[in-house]
Design a protein around this ligand. Structure first.
Ligand SMILES: Cc1cc2nc3c(=O)[nH]c(=O)nc-3n(C[C@H](O)[C@H](O)[C@H](O)COP(=O)(O)OP(=O)(O)OC[C@H]3O[C@@H](n4cnc5c(N)ncnc54)[C@H](O)[C@@H]3O)c2cc1C
Length: 500
């Protein structure tokens, strides 16, 4: 049994593929936690290399290469450009040395130094003080919430049972060991007791809550990271621009994502209740805009340019280091009386993290867990050519081996893009029909990302979305009105620009 979003999805997938009986429980929506609020990079962890963490970088680079091969529609290469400015750290030679090692780990050579002329050609308008050239290298990006869904889909195909809006209230103990969980259906309030042989506590920033009965020291140091989304036309970058913030030397970047430009991120201790969605602060907005305006002074990006904001909380393992940005990003796995807690790490390494947890869970479950290198993502069959290749690629990215079924009998108008985005109308209908949507925010913030890609959470399109999805959701007028009011309040409180 696994509890949670992305880390939990990996555990469920790896266990189900080995024939274990798996139940995955999520207290809100799948990927509602940190896993839909990340920077959406499937990166090899260049910054961990800078901190001397060779092992984490090596594992991350290898796993990144795996996802680029296995799910190329969903995990796509992204070029990064780092401006080389006289007097700014890290200097060209040190950075180049790091990139050489980074590339070597991936068995490729993708980096190069671009002189000033080429830098201007690659990133028109880039002009931080004392610019003299740039370093260009490749990493990868994804849609984090869809990546979670694809992993869950694989787990379900292998027999795992997945329940969203189901809260684990307590662990059940027998003779000093855990023997099950007490859970509650968050929609009906109904409670259940489920017997289990092993529990994997992959609840991210909530992990210490379930560990409370165990009496150990808290493991986590929750760190908030916030992002801005701006229209691509206001910050029209082709490359991801990576920089050290001029104020404090922290890594910041912005890059094209889903037709918009994403700017991130901050790294601050987060002491608020994790049950309340995190929100960006005005100071974080200023900090991120300052980073962009340092690199592209002529653009003069302002708060009024912001389409949406979002904040997530990193379940970082507390290693006692002072600065938040120095805290280790590696994962930790613990077996405490049959409760396997798996926290930390990142999207890229979910498969290895899951295997570490299952190796510890196996004796409790009466199984032998064999680590393997088998594919995680089932290959998709060729799709009918009723759609353009861009549309086919998008469908494979989102539905993997199920993509072909959504093209059967499709209405041609559903293969158009929602204006101003790269999202197909079809994606909304598919989510409403077959992707366990319980609330409107599940549909607009996680199954699709329209809520952070369009002004006011895509308010303008709500009438068409309602018409398209009602046949599948069958909410009726009163429920739709309730859902829309709930959604708008959520957007206003956590995804809109705060009062500056
Ligand atoms: C700002 C930011 C940027 C990041 N950028 C990147 C990046 O670019 N690349 C990368 O690889 N990683 C990145 N990360 C890290 C990555 O997002 C996280 O490591 C990962 O999402 C953690 O996944 P998780 O499943 O452990 O936690 P979560 O996604 O938070 O999942 C835990 C889930 O457990 C559920 N839960 C909690 N308690 C219970 C309970 N009692 N019963 C049932 N369910 C429960 C929660 O609702 C939650 O959905 C970033 C993180 C942040 C915050």
């Amino acid at each position: 049994m696994a509890l949670s979003a992305f880390t939990g999805a990996g555990v469920a997938q790896q266990a189900a593929r080995q024939g274990w009986n798996v139940l995955l429980l999520e207290q809100r929506d799948f990927a509602w936690g940190t896993s839909s609020r990340s920077s959406k990079l499937v990166h090899g962890g260049l910054r961990y290399l800078k901190e001397g963490d060779i092992k984490t970088t090596l594992h991350s680079v290898r796993e990144r290469q795996r996802w680029l091969r296995e799910a190329p529609e969903l995990v796509a290469p992204q070029d990064f450009l780092f401006a080389d400015c006289a007097g700014r750290k890290p200097g060209r030679w040190l950075f180049q040395l790091g990139l050489m090692v980074y590339d070597r780990m991936a068995g490729q050579r993708s980096h190069f130094y671009a002189d000033l002329q080429r830098t201007h050609a690659l990133a028109p308008g880039l002009n931080p003080p004392r610019l003299r050239g740039s370093l260009v290298f490749t990493d990868a990006k994804t849609d984090d919430a869809r990546l979670v869904w694809r992993v869950l889909q694989e787990a379900r195909n292998d027999g795992a049972v997945l329940l969203n809006y189901t809260v684990v209230q307590n662990l059940v103990w027998e003779a000093g060991r855990t023997s099950g969980v007490l859970l509650q259906d968050a929609c009906t309030g109904q409670r259940y007791r489920v017997r289990t042989k092993a529990v994997v506590n992959a609840t991210g920033v909530w992990a210490d809550r379930l560990r409370a009965d165990l009496g150990g020291k808290p493991l986590l140091r929750p760190l908030r990271g916030s992002h801005l989304v701006v229209p691509w036309a206001r910050l029209p970058v082709q490359q991801a621009i990576s920089l050290m913030h001029p104020r404090d030397g922290r890594p910041v970047f912005f890059y094209p994502w889903e037709g918009a430009t994403l700017i991130g991120t901050t790294d601050l201790d987060h002491t608020e209740n994790p049950d309340i969605e995190a929100s960006i602060t005005p100071a974080e907005v200023q900090y991120l805009l300052e980073a962009v305006n340092d690199q592209f002074p002529a653009i003069r990006l302002e708060p009024s340019d912001v389409l949406a904001c979002y904040a997530g909380v990193r379940p970082v393992v507390d290693d006692g280091k002072g600065a938040a940005s120095k805290a280790t990003r590696d994962h930790v796995v613990r077996d405490e009386s049959g409760v396997i807690t798996l926290v930390g790490g990142k999207l890229t390494t979910f498969r290895l993290m899951a295997q570490d947890a299952l190796a510890l869970a196996a004796p409790h479950a009466g199984k032998v867990f064999a680590r393997d290198n088998a594919r995680v993502f089932t290959a998709s069959a060729a799709l009918p050519t009723v759609a353009s290749s861009a549309v086919r690629q998008r469908l494979v990215a989102r539905y993997g081996s199920l993509a072909a079924q959504w093209l059967r009998d499709v209405d041609a108008s559903d293969l158009h893009f929602v204006p101003g985005t790269q999202t197909l109308w079809l994606e909304l209908a598919v989510a409403a029909r077959a992707e366990a949507v319980v609330h409107l925010d599940d549909l607009l913030l996680r199954r699709t990302r329209l809520g952070i890609l369009l002004p006011q959470g895509a308010q303008e399109h709500l009438p068409r979305i309602r018409a398209l999805c009602e046949p599948h959701l069958q909410w009726g007028d009163a429920r739709w009105d309730e859902e829309i009011a709930r959604y708008q309040a959520l957007i206003q409180a956590h995804y809109a620009l705060p009062a500056m």
